[in-house]
Write a protein that binds this ligand. Structure first.
Ligand SMILES: [Fe+2]
Ligand SMILES: [Fe+2]
Length: 346
């Protein structure tokens, strides 16, 4: 019996030896991505599948290794186990209004970015220095991918990462990078802002998962723990002595607001340079565009509207929010059909 979500589709058992016609939706469910035999069968599948076919791979919750493996296998979409009628249905709905475009550049850059973020978190956990060259390299790949394909394609690509912190960092980095590229910032500032995006939440490594993934409202004590991450991240990065001061400033102060209502130090406008202001706006935008345990994914237009409310409250700079709105309207390259995201999301 077909799940209801698949009613109306032609469903076939696929022969791994035969090409899969373009446009076929390939469901791969409940596979063990650590099983070498299964992996080689999936790779063989990938070889015979044509451009345009879609792969969905079910992964364990918050399992970055599975996510990286799924991305390497060419998955356009991962669905967190256990698979349910609802998760399948939401995918099918999404598919009806979005055109997915194969983008090796974006996928490879997202993979390298996720790997660099994962490594940096592990380095910090081990108390060693973050490999800043690797972060720089990942940042350059992301910048190239966004320059080539546009921000919408990037937002769509990084959604493969369910692990919320990784998806968040990749989204924020992409937004910051697109902002920098589209507002004519210098190459070196683009690189710094991209680095700041990749490193901004590194202090979250010390926040327990139970707090990070808590579906409900945080208690006052839990929120106090969350609020430590900018300073913890800054202290760790500052001590290694090879990170640009503007990047360090952005890491420490990306939760400050112009009217002094942010944290950790309640800085006000004249103490917050542009780069930090931009990162703050991209950080909030990224969070709004993400699905979180306590909120749905907001559309681009709703997210911009929320940022404008924050401008009205004196928290964010109007000119920068309007510039981000323009950046989000950029169609990307002609190779990208993900203007559909803006339409869908807007
Ligand atoms: Fe943060
Ligand atoms: Fe953040």
């Amino acid at each position: 019996m077909l799940p209801k979500a698949l009613m109306g589709f032609d469903v076939h058992l696929l022969d791994p030896q035969k090409p899969i016609p373009a446009g076929t939706m390939l469901l791969m469910v409940d596979v063990d991505l650590r099983d070498p035999e299964m992996l080689s069968r999936l790779r063989a599948f990938r070889k015979v599948s044509q451009r345009g076919s879609e792969q969905i791979i079910a992964i364990g919750k918050n399992d970055l290794q599975d996510e990286l493996q799924a991305a390497a296998l060419g998955a356009r979409k991962t669905i967190v186990k256990p698979l349910s009628e609802k998760s399948l249905a939401s995918y099918i709905d999404e598919r009806r209004i979005q055109t997915f475009v194969t983008s090796k550049t974006a996928t490879a850059a997202a993979q390298a970015g996720a790997k660099a973020i994962k490594d940096s978190f592990e380095e910090v956990k081990r108390n060693s220095a973050v490999d800043i060259d690797k972060i720089g390299e990942a940042g350059r790949n992301i910048a190239e991918s966004i320059a080539d394909l546009g921000i919408s394609e990037w937002l769509s690509t990084v959604r493969i990462y369910h692990q919320s912190t990784f998806q968040h960092i990749l989204l924020v980095t992409g937004l910051a990078c697109a902002f920098a590229q589209n507002t004519g910032m210098s190459k070196s500032d683009i690189a710094k802002l991209t680095q700041a995006g990749l490193l901004h939440d590194i202090g979250k490594v010390w926040i327990p998962d139970a707090i990070l993934d808590k579906p409900g409202k945080l208690t006052v004590e839990e929120y106090e723990i969350v609020k430590r991450h900018p300073v913890d991240g800054y202290n760790k990065l500052n001590e290694q002595g090879n990170i640009d001061p503007s990047v360090l400033h952005s890491v420490k102060y990306h939760h400050e607001y112009l009217n002094g209502s942010g944290y950790p130090d309640g800085l006000t406008a004249n103490q917050i340079p542009d780069m930090t202001r931009i990162l703050t706006i991209c950080d909030i935008m990224g969070a709004l565009l993400e699905e979180r345990a306590y909120k749905p994914r907001f559309t681009v237009s709703k997210s911009i509207a929320i940022l404008k409310e924050m401008v009205a409250q004196g928290k964010l700079e109007q000119a920068l929010v309007l510039a981000l709105e323009t950046v989000m309207e950029q169609p990307g390259s002609t190779r990208s059909a993900m203007t559909g995201l803006a339409k869908t999301a807007g």
